[in-house]
Design a protein around this ligand. Structure first.
Ligand SMILES: Cc1ncc(COP(=O)(O)O)c(C=O)c1O
Length: 380
């Protein structure tokens, strides 16, 4: 437990809520979930499931129709054939990450993770008594793991490398040819590449390639939380190599029995053309927000060497503005009423010189946030 840290941003969010209760208007640029409600057709499918009352446990690997629907989505969106038998429906990507790491990691095994990266990854590895190895990534590697970094850090005890593309907190993508080289390297070393594709769909310049198009030996993690706007439904999935499915079934039965049944019925509507149309309009809105916020932050003095291609995050260097991003984030909240996430939540690689902005608010609110930051920087 000593190695498991809380999300530091939660304390900042709690302070923001306190200020709001006192009547202050806070601009939220710290929140890591879409501000859009779950699309209507998905809610309606969920309501129908509740009314019909078929709310018993599903098989641990998921509702068969939903596994088929996810396989069909891989065919239609990516042109990739993935048998439904390799698809495991989970309580969020969180459940999928837990299963993948539990299946792969023995005590003492090492897993390479990017630093900065999604904080839960290293905690999942620790939970299995493994050792997360943070690999510092920066502007020169587009804030991502790449084949060279993996080769450089892969040791005798390494069993896996875990990458997210697009990444939280950096929004950057791993190009397809690099993913391929990373998967091949892991194969050669008898290890596994895990790719978290939770922000797929939220990509604004071109499209992301799924790692499933590249290799059958990778674990791919995904979720209904972000692109599908279903965070609170707690539903995600994993595509596992065929040889692991039996083991994962066993683990899922033991750890959570099954993903939530109403959510699984609701998600059957997530891939319908009407829903996808709603989601594509929202993707365009996220894209417009990014296109507004990146240059605006650069103008304020934040360092953003690469325009992030996806997710809804901007990981910005704030070294020219402060030597302590944590104190900066709190001061900004108190004095300007703008909430952002300090780098400390994402690892040990110069967190004091970075902050994360989430563009999970309409452009008008982002513009209000930018104006407030400008005024705050002007009067400090
Ligand atoms: C990179 C990444 N992976 C996984 C998750 C977990 O998401 P969920 O369990 O809601 O699917 C998140 C949530 O923020 C994330 O950013």
């Amino acid at each position: 437990m000593r190695d498991i840290e809380p999300f530091h941003v939660m304390a900042l969010l709690a302070r923001a809520r306190e200020l709001e209760a006192q009547g202050r208007a806070i601009v939220h640029m710290e929140i890591g979930e879409p501000d859009f409600p779950t699309p209507g057709p998905v809610c309606e499918a969920g309501i129908r499931a509740l009314q019909q009352g078929d709310l018993f446990y599903t098989p641990a690997l998921g509702l068969p129709q939903l596994r088929e629907a996810i396989a069909a989505f891989y065919r239609s969106r990516y042109g990739v054939d993935v048998p439904a038998s390799r698809i495991v429906v989970t309580p969020g990507a969180s459940g999928a990450l837990l299963l993948a790491i539990a299946a792969l990691v023995d005590p003492g095994d090492q897993v390479l993770v990017s630093d900065p990266g999604y904080p839960c990854n290293r905690h999942f590895v620790r939970l299995m008594e493994g050792e997360p190895v943070g690999v510092a990534v920066g502007a020169d590697s587009h804030y991502q793991l790449n084949p060279e970094l993996i080769a450089q850090h892969w040791g005798a005890r390494t069993v896996a490398a875990l990458a997210a593309s697009p990444s939280n907190p950096t929004g950057t993508l791993i190009p397809a040819e690099q993913l391929k080289a990373m998967a091949e390297f892991a194969d050669r070393r008898g290890g596994t590449l895990i790719v978290d594709e939770i922000y797929h769909g939220l990509v604004y310049d071109g499209d992301a390639t799924t790692a499933l198009a590249i290799s059958e030996n990778v674990f791919v993690i995904n979720s209904f939380s972000k692109y599908f706007n279903m965070t609170g439904w707690r539903l995600g999935w994993m595509v596992a190599p065929a040889a692991y499915v039996r083991e994962i079934d066993k683990l899922a039965q033991n750890i959570f029995l099954a993903a939530p049944t109403p959510a699984q019925y609701a998600a059957l509507a997530a891939f319908e053309p009407g829903t996808l149309e709603i989601l594509e309009a929202r993707r365009r809105e996220f894209s417009a927000r990014r296109d507004y916020l990146v240059p605006a932050l650069r103008q304020l003095g934040f360092d953003i060497p690469h325009t992030p291609q996806g997710a809804f995050y901007i990981y910005a260097g704030c070294g020219a503005l402060t030597a302590d991003s944590y104190a900066f984030a709190y001061d900004l909240l108190e004095k300007a009423g703008v909430a952002i996430t300090p780098g400390i939540d994402f690892g040990n690689n110069a967190p004091e010189r970075h902050v994360r902005f989430a563009y999970t608010r309409p452009v008008a609110q982002l513009a209000e946030g930018v104006a407030r930051i400008a005024a705050y920087l002007g009067r400090r």
